[in-house]
Design a protein around this ligand. Structure first.
Ligand SMILES: C[S@@+](CC[C@H](N)C(=O)[O-])C[C@H]1O[C@@H](n2cnc3c(N)ncnc32)[C@H](O)[C@@H]1O
Length: 334
């Protein structure tokens, strides 16, 4: 049975025009029933509709903003900003070393939702004043709300309505949080290909690590911290939909990109190791990035570290010299 997120079903956007499309409540309830998800079907059956059975767009918008506001609180609690900067700071240092200290750079957050990450980066100045900060999202309502919040907070960043597969903004580095699991099948590789084909030097996409404990951890966090049943439901489903390491490394093995995972530390708490990135860098950046990361560079692992019988310890293969420098990406199960 497919795992379906309610938010994907109740907000539908025409990928070409970006226009919001009407959604019939009975169609969504039927799809969820067919997927065997009675609880989700009941949540949707309680949403308001007009006389034509089309979900009330204003009510859906209010709900999406409420759920994303709770998601922002969760991100604050999980210190998502700090976790990203832990990697983005050495990455931009590496880029500055190569492109020149006086250059202008741009970070684009794809699927930025309410823009928490971009607004946090703008308010802390964590990446320095020469990194322009932009959020892109398919949902025009979330983009407008992110923009309103940024203006109210007096922040130097902006938000743009756009599609991850037809990116409206060029970037030095693309990032995302909690978005990858929405892209299934060939769309996942297309997502990485679009960025590899652009002028970007790197991407860094954080999503839930597909561990056995992830759905349980997601249930605990969302139960404790989110009030709306839709947010709780989708939070757990997203953990079930998280892509495996093999899937991510395989999909990110695209021409001109060295794909790497950034593994959690050996002793980290498995319940709170929720977000973990797949990184893609231009191959010539790998060695300088490893230098900038110092000891933590052992946590950067490529497809060559995934063995048939299981996983090698992060760092074991890098100590033997495998995978540094060249865009090897060999051994992926494409
Ligand atoms: C789970 S939310 C994550 C939001 C935000 N990154 C966060 O961590 O709070 C996923 C976001 O991806 C956006 N999204 C889904 N498909 C997209 C696409 N094709 N292009 C751009 N944004 C997309 C959704 O509108 C939603 O805001």
């Amino acid at each position: 049975m497919p795992h379906l997120e309610i938010s994907d079903l109740i907000t539908v956007t025409d990928p070409l025009s970006g226009a919001r499309l009407p959604v019939r409540r009975s169609d969504v309830v039927r799809r969820l029933d067919e997927a065997g998800d009675r609880r989700a079907a009941r949540i949707v059956a309680g949403l308001p509709v007009g006389p034509d059975d089309v979900l009330d767009p204003l009510a859906v918008d209010r709900l999406m903003i409420a759920v994303h506001t709770e998601l922002q609180r969760l991100s604050e609690e999980l210190r998502t900003g700090e976790r990203l900067v832990h990697l983005l700071d050495p990455l931009f240092e590496t880029i500055r070393e190569i492109a020149g200290r006086n250059g202008r750079f741009r970070l684009v957050d794809i699927g930025s939702g309410l823009g928490y990450l971009i607004r946090w980066l703008a308010s802390t100045g964590a990446l320095g004043s020469n990194v322009e900060l932009i959020g892109v999202d398919l949902d025009a309502t979330l983009v407008a709300e992110a923009d309103r919040l940024a203006r109210a907070e007096g922040l130097d960043c902006r938000f743009v309505h756009g599609n991850a597969f037809d990116l409206p903004e060029i970037a030095t580095v693309y990032v995302s949080t909690g978005v990858l699991h929405h892209f299934r099948g060939p769309a996942l590789a297309e997502f990485f290909e679009a960025q590899a084909d652009s002028q970007a030097l790197a991407f860094c996409h954080f999503d839930i690590a597909a561990t056995r404990l992830a759905p349980l951890g997601a249930w605990m966090f969302h139960r404790a911290r989110m009030r709306h049943p839709l947010g709780r439901h989708d939070g757990v489903v997203s953990a079930r939909r998280a892509h495996s390491d093999e899937t991510l490394l395989s999909a990110a093995t695209v021409p001109g990109i060295r794909p790497l995972l950034y593994e959690p530390r050996g002793l980290s708490n498995p319940f709170s190791t929720t977000l973990r990135p797949i990184i893609g860098i231009r191959p010539y950046l790998e060695d300088p990035l490893r230098q900038a990361l110092g000891r933590d560079s052992r946590r950067l692992v490529g497809a060559e570290h995934l063995t048939r019988g299981g996983r090698q310890r992060p760092g074991a293969a890098s100590r033997s010299g495998a995978g540094s420098g060249a865009a090897s990406g060999s051994g992926t199960a494409r």
